[in-house]
Design a protein around this ligand. Structure first.
Ligand code: NAG
Ligand code: NAG
Length: 320
């Protein structure tokens, strides 16, 4: 199923060459087969193949760069231009918000000695990776995941909370940060996914019994990665990032950074579940909502303490 094998074969064996058309054609068809892709017609296929070829060259070029700390791959999004990927559907404009500095915000944490690395996955405090799919609302997923983890840390009950309810009641009107958790508080908490499986287009919080509860949300000071580290140690954090680069779309593994990434204009939400360092390079462990076949089984590690890479600490908040 994974394209990784093919890509390694391609990039490992023919590292210098760009393939002839017929070989490229073969790889294209194999890629289509592996990713279950079909197109409504010849024109549509040609269009997607052109995008795919451009991405093929980008991946090839990136993965032969010696000093890059991450790899890219021809994943299931490789035939999509950025505008057509899930994050950038009609919601992009609404989801993109300009950065309003909140640097005077002070959040004080007790003088706890923070461990050098932390990963809530090893505490079984996170549910499985989901695919935002048709809902296309990354914030609904990342925020409800933070509610799930918070609820687990408080009660030791790991519930699968409803992203549909989160969308209907709290995130459908656009991006918010800590206010999303205030909203969850106001509607009485979130129901389990099973009891609120799909959206209604309006908040129907009275149709089910809320089980995952929070008292509200706390915003973190803009760009303060030390404060965010303390917060992540308390509970996973909701973070908005600039995911608009192709390098993000086609991320495979390693510590992600991109000099083109903005730290002030964001368009995508992630759940930050931990942090660590590898060979002196610090990173954040983040859960995406593009399914298991994206990145490292649905996760990405993003450079930490590298001037707020991709805005990872620009709009972050957590439930309290
Ligand atoms: C649903 O939300 C409203 C506020 O919008 C709240 O007053 C009500 O208690 C909530 N219902 C439940 C079951 O929590
Ligand atoms: C954003 O990046 C610039 C340049 O790297 C840096 O000077 C600035 O402090 C960063 N802003 C925040 C909020 O982290």
């Amino acid at each position: 199923m994974h394209l990784r094998e093919i890509l390694f074969a391609i990039l490992g064996v023919h590292i210098t060459g760009i393939h002839s058309d017929s070989v490229l054609d073969e790889i294209w068809h194999e890629w289509m087969r592996l990713n279950g892709k079909t197109y409504p017609g010849r024109v549509s296929e040609i269009k997607h193949k052109q995008t795919w070829e451009r991405n093929y060259l980008r991946v090839l070029e990136h993965n032969t760069e010696k000093d890059s700390l991450f790899r890219m791959e021809l994943n299931f999004l490789a035939d999509e231009t950025f505008e057509r990927t899930p994050m950038a559907s009609a919601k992009l404009t609404k989801d993109t918000l300009r950065f309003q500095p909140e640097s005077d915000l002070i959040v004080s944490f007790n003088d706890i000695l923070l461990p050098d690395s932390w990963d809530w996955r090893t505490k079984k405090a996170v549910t499985h990776v989901e695919n935002q799919g048709q809902l296309g609302d990354s914030q609904a997923f990342a925020a409800k995941e933070c509610v799930e983890s918070f609820n687990f840390i408080k009660t030791t009950d790991l519930l699968l909370a409803s992203a549909a309810e989160m969308h209907d009641c709290c995130t459908a009107t656009g991006f918010a940060t800590e206010t999303v958790f205030d909203c969850v508080h106001n509607i009485g908490g979130l129901c389990e996914d099973y009891y609120y499986p799909s959206t209604y287009g309006q908040c129907r919080n009275n149709s089910c019994t809320p089980l995952a509860k929070v008292s509200g949300g706390q915003r973190l000071p803009t760009g303060d990665e030390e404060a965010m580290k303390s917060a992540v140690y308390i509970t996973p954090v909701l973070s908005l990032v600039d995911a608009s680069q192709v390098s993000f779309q086609l991320y495979q593994e390693g510590i992600y950074s991109d000099p083109q990434c903005s730290n002030s204009t964001v368009n995508h939400a992630l759940q930050v579940v931990g942090y660590g360092s590898l060979n002196g390079m610090d990173y954040w462990i983040c859960r995406n909502s593009w399914g298991l076949y994206w990145g490292m089984n649905g996760y990405i590690t993003i450079a930490r303490n590298r001037r707020n890479m991709c805005g990872i600490a620009s709009f972050s908040s957590y439930p309290v």
